[in-house]
Structures are given as C-alpha cells and as structure tokens.
Design a protein around this ligand. Structure first.
Ligand code: TYD
Length: 149
C-alpha cells in the first residue's frame, strides 16, 4: 500500500470545521451530509464512536495510510495530539463542541487523551475499516515520514 500520504502530510492541514447547526428553544441539531456542500471534502463511508472512556486513558496511537477522518466531541471534551513526523513536536487540539469537527488527513499520527467523564468521541471516516490501512507502530511511522526531518 502506498505510503505517499506520510511523506507529504502536515499537521497544518488538520483543521477545525464548523458543522451546520440548527438551534431553537428546544435544542440544537447538527448535520453532515455527503455531497458538494459537505464541509469535509470527502464522502463519509463509516461512522464510529468511543464512549465509556476511563479517566486517564489514551486512545488512538496510530496513523492512516489513506483514510481521512473527522473527530467530533459529541459530548464532553478531550484533547487530540497531532504529529506529522517532522520532529516539531505534536500539535494539541482540544475538542469540546458537538458542532465542531477536527479533520485529520492521512499520514498524521494521532492520540487522544484528557477525556472528560461521559465524553463521546465520534469519527466520520472516508473509508471502510481496513486494518492494513493503519500504521500502529510508531517506528514505522517515523520511517514513513523520515524525509521530513
Ligand atoms: P482502535 O483503532 O484501536 O481504537 P482507538 O484508535 O480509538 O484507540 O480500535 C479498537 C478496536 O475496534 C480494534 O479491535 C479494531 C476495532 N474497530 C473495528 O472493528 N472497526 C472500526 O471501524 C474501528 C475504528 C475499530
């Protein structure tokens, strides 16, 4: 599988996206819909979410060769640490708004930490689940991004 995205990826390309929201006195609704007006720039083919995360847990700890993912704090809050392998140190982004997404392109090592009690982390993924598309070994990630250092 091509490692191209690791060679070119940059944490500067990870961006916060304001999701459409409809508010009323009875509450707020946010929506993401595939199509030309999608703020994500890719079609969502998979949705997963992480909940019951114990205090002090660290999740993630991988990069994707191909997959774009957008993370949303549906409830509570957590921090995302983004690393492109350039050696500049990770960029930290805190998520705590259900209508805000953090778009992470392929080739970015991400870990999530500082989960608040009751937090729910939703991911909107471009691709179906494929373990071969993951890089879970940080040494391999460093090899794939070596040209940046
Ligand atoms: P994992 O990627 O380790 O979670 P995180 O990055 O949040 O720490 O996934 C946990 C488990 O769930 C692992 O056994 C793979 C499985 N899984 C699926 O079967 N399908 C999926 O779409 C995802 C994201 C994970």
């Amino acid at each position: 599988m091509s490692p191209d995205h690791h060679a070119k990826s940059s944490t500067a390309d990870c961006r916060l996206i304001e999701l459409e929201r409809f508010g009323s006195l009875e509450g707020t609704l946010s929506v993401v819909e595939n199509g030309a007006d999608s703020p994500l720039g890719y079609e969502v083919r998979r949705v997963f979410y992480v909940f019951d995360t114990p205090a002090g847990a660290t999740r993630g700890g991988h990069s994707h060769r191909l997959d774009h993912e957008t993370l949303v704090a549906l409830a509570g809050s957590f921090d995302v640490l983004l690393d492109d392998g350039s050696g500049r140190g990770p960029r930290r982004v805190s998520l705590n708004r259900p209508n805000e997404g953090l778009l992470i392109p392929p080739g970015i090592w991400r870990t999530m930490e500082n989960f608040s009690a009751g937090s729910v982390c939703m991911a909107l993924a471009e691709l179906p689940y494929d373990e071969d598309e993951y890089v879970r070994d940080y040494d391999e990630f460093l090899r794939l991004t070596a040209a940046k250092r």
